[in-house]
Design a protein around this ligand. Structure first.
Ligand code: 6R9
Length: 652
């Protein structure tokens, strides 16, 4: 309920009474987690089953040149045993996964019990073993949002293989780079991926990617639509093999610090890096955040609308909910297909209790109008969540009032691929909500605000700076796959002794945190993270392009759009055809999510005398805010800027 004086929303008494944590509990647990992390996590680590219990809890160092992160290091466990087997004993007939297809008119939803899940995961594990996959090997998963994606993830963990999921919207080139990057033995894909009524030929994409990979890489193909695909020597049919596969595969014993998965993500420089998460700490953290942030209780139906190709899908579709013995929804489709009421129809149909989505989806549905929400019975909703980018107050208010009918809390969760789980978030029974703020640290998280110039910690409230984390938490990434030096440099190189998030933040007068967005060259398009450098290198790889600079600009629905300044080769002329060609080119180099929204032909780019592109200026022009260009005195050729302003694409 809103407090009109302060525009804040204190938890209702009813909610706080049944919540895992009310304000007092949160304060006490948070203080405990800071005062004695070993004791705190030693206790909470027990929420999962260990084969051999740990005796050491935290052994971590952020020291320059020696960044080393280990949690529960002498414990052993198996993730699929934790997410599946242990629940079969107590709740074998409970639904673990509700699968909701792209097209509800042609395909039925599926309810997969924990017992079913054990069989399917075992069979998939058995198939992978037959294909020669063993402990420590990498498996790339390039699948639509179908149950087999979850089977594949859990099957890998069952036999100790390391999965690396590649979002099905990525192009063959991006897929190939990731297969080679982690030296995968097997790629799991499907014939086609239906999404929003359209179909992507995933298997052909995989074939194109595999042309650039070692011949020994095998391809396991799941039949999703039955549409035709070509068949090569390296292909194996999942649907044939599953008929013969053993229906029980014993989970192997893994060390807490054995790698669990690699997930490629964008940074401000170079190519995407393989973020590595390990077995014990990640699972403890995913499970605990899922329970507390969403106030998940036994019997609840939880829906996270992300794709398993992103970290949100890893932690809050699969690992967190299943470790907690929950019921989780896996949705193959998009928010607007067959119509803009789809999310709400699915909420009503499956009686969803906690719903977790991204601001970009909320804005798009807000634009479609409240009538799409009002058609459906949302009375089972107890909580709403937001993730991926800052949520603007207008979208927050719509989410709260139209979807939540003014009586369910919203948790605005700030976190990253690198952090494994929530870092800053309200706890629904504890926190007085402020629209637009991620607010408070989760247990064990020590946020600090640093002055970006001096690198000094800024103490006190009502301050602004860059967001760093002062100490390790169990869900933290451990390294960049194959390049520990890059890990240290990227996250610990700017501010010695701290993990640097790449985001700016404010700490308000009450001590609440507001994440203000990236301070590096990473942009956030529809909640998808992208390095501007990646889009630039795709553009300059085109024969007609001499130079390119890419920045983000404010976009009503996507949050940020992609604005590309392109300088053509001397003998090339700008044209609409060339613009389309470049858009298509970037789609094929990276994927549809990277297609520039605006391309401006730039006879020259603003550069310093030492030849550095002045992105600050390009950002301002893209924001249509060129009155505030700041200091341009270091420009080598100021006339370039006049031309860019004159011909800007984003005139308001
Ligand atoms: C989970 C996820 C991480 C970046 C992060 C930040 C932005 C995510 C946010 C948010 C403000 C929130 N971000 N959640 N910004 N408020 N609640 O999104 O991971 O894809 O790695 O993106 O997303 O900029 O640094 P990832």
């Amino acid at each position: 309920m809103r407090d009109p004086m302060s525009n804040t929303y204190p938890p209702t008494d009813a909610f706080a009474k049944t919540a895992h944590a009310d304000a007092e509990t949160y304060a006490k647990m948070y203080a405990d987690s800071m005062a004695d992390p070993d004791a705190f996590w030693g206790e909470h680590g027990k929420r999962i089953d260990w084969i051999k219990p740990y005796s050491k809890v935290k052994n971590t160092s952020f020291a320059p040149g020696n960044v080393d992160i280990k949690w529960f290091e002498d414990g052993t466990l198996n993730v699929s045993a934790n997410c599946v087997d242990r629940h079969v004993e107590t709740r074998g007939d409970q639904t673990a996964i509700i699968w909701e297809p792209d097209d509800p008119n042609t395909t039925d939803a599926m309810h997969i019990t924990y017992r079913d899940l054990q069989t399917s995961v075992s069979k998939m594990a058995n198939i992978l073993q037959d294909l020669g996959v063993s402990k420590g090997d990498r498996v790339v998963i390039y699948l639509p949002m179908i149950p087999e994606a979850a089977y594949a993830m859990l099957a890998c963990t069952r036999i100790g293989a390391v999965h690396s999921i590649v979002f099905a919207g990525f192009s063959p080139d991006a897929l190939g780079a990731r297969i080679n990057g982690c030296d995968a033995k097997v790629v799991i894909t499907a014939d086609h991926a239906p999404r929003g009524g359209r179909s992507t030929p995933l298997k052909s994409n995989a074939d194109a990617a595999l042309l650039h990979c070692k011949e020994s890489v095998k391809c396991l193909v799941v039949k999703r639509t039955g549409e035709q695909t070509t068949w090569t020597d390296r292909d194996y049919s999942y649907n044939d093999m599953v008929l013969e596969a053993d229906d029980y595969q014993k989970p192997v014993e893994m060390a807490a610090e054995d790698p669990l998965f690699i997930l490629y993500t964008s940074g401000s420089t170079g190519q995407p890096k393989g973020v590595v998460h390990t077995t014990g700490g990640y699972l403890v953290y995913a499970a605990m955040t899922h329970e507390y942030t969403f106030d998940y209780h036994d019997g609840d139906v939880f829906w996270c609308t992300a794709d398993v190709g992103w970290v949100t899908g890893h932690s809050y579709i699969v690992y967190g909910p299943l470790a907690n013995g929950g019921t989780t929804i896996m949705f193959e489709g998009v928010p607007t297909y067959p119509d803009a009421g789809r999310f709400w129809e699915v909420c009503a149909k499956h009686k969803v209790n906690q719903f977790y989505t991204a601001p970009t989806a909320i804005r798009a549905l807000m634009a479609a109008g409240p009538e799409w929400v009002e058609k459906h019975d949302l009375s089972d909703l107890k909580l709403l969540g937001s993730v991926g980018e800052p949520i603007n107050p207008e979208a927050w208010n719509w989410y709260y009032n139209v979807v939540g009918k003014g009586n369910v809390p919203i948790v605005d969760t700030f976190w990253q691929t690198e952090t494994g789980g929530h870092m800053l978030t309200p706890l629904p029974g504890a926190t007085t909500l402020k629209p637009g703020a991620a607010q408070a640290p989760f247990f064990g998280v020590k946020p600090v605000v640093l002055d970006p110039q001096s690198g000094e910690e800024i103490h006190g409230n009502d301050v602004e700076g860059v967001l760093c984390i002062g100490d390790s938490w169990p869900g933290q990434m451990r390294t960049v796959w194959g390049d520990h030096e890059r890990f240290e440099k990227t996250y610990f190189g700017d501010y010695a002794g701290y993990y640097f998030s790449g985001d700016g933040c404010k700490r308000d007068a009450d001590g609440d945190y507001w994440v203000t967005g990236r301070v590096d060259d990473v942009i956030n398009v529809s909640g998808h993270r992208m390095g501007t450098a990646e889009v630039e290198s795709a553009l300059v790889a085109h024969v007609k392009v001499a130079e390119a600079a890419v920045v983000g600009y404010p976009h009503d629905i996507k949050g940020q759009g992609i604005y590309a300044y392109v300088t053509l080769m001397n003998n090339e002329e700008p044209s609409e055809d060339l613009r389309k060609e470049l858009e298509k080119w970037v789609r094929s180099e990276i994927g549809p999510i990277a297609k520039p929204d605006l391309i401006q032909w730039a006879p020259g780019l603003p550069k310093t005398r030492s030849g550095k592109i002045m992105r600050r200026i390009l950002r301002k022009i893209a924001e249509d805010d060129f009155g505030a260009l700041g200091d341009t005195s270091t420009l080598a050729d100021p006339s370039v800027v006049e031309d860019l302003i004159e011909n800007r694409m984003n005139k308001s």
